[in-house]
Ligand binder design. Structure first.
Ligand SMILES: [Zn+2]
Length: 99
């Protein structure tokens, strides 16, 4: 095994151990000081927000704007992912029917 692989394996094991320790420290008891209520984070600024908030941003104007822009570009990308292969298939099939 190469040195990079060995180092990577070691670092993965260390991360796993640290995560396990942190998870064990958190408490399920709401009265405990280490209790963390179920929540999610604003996709833009990562502020904690209620778990059922939809859309997933904190509601501040900059976050709202940025989220709307990201959503629009994501939808456009999704559309293109279907549209371009469809056009490519049409260009491939068109000569077969015109002969
Ligand atoms: Zn935010």
């Amino acid at each position: 095994m190469g040195r990079i692989e060995e180092r990577l394996k070691k670092s993965i094991a260390m991360t796993a151990a640290t995560t396990k320790k942190v998870v064990q420290k958190l408490s399920e008891n709401p009265k405990s000081s280490k209790y963390v209520a179920a929540h999610r984070h604003c996709v833009i600024c990562h502020t904690p927000i209620p778990i059922d908030s939809d859309p997933a941003h904190c509601g501040a104007q900059p976050c709202s704007d940025k989220h709307a822009r990201q959503d629009k570009s994501r939808k456009r990308l999704n559309l293109m992912m279907y549209l371009f292969p469809a056009i490519a298939i049409m260009l491939f099939l068109l000569p077969l029917f015109t002969t």
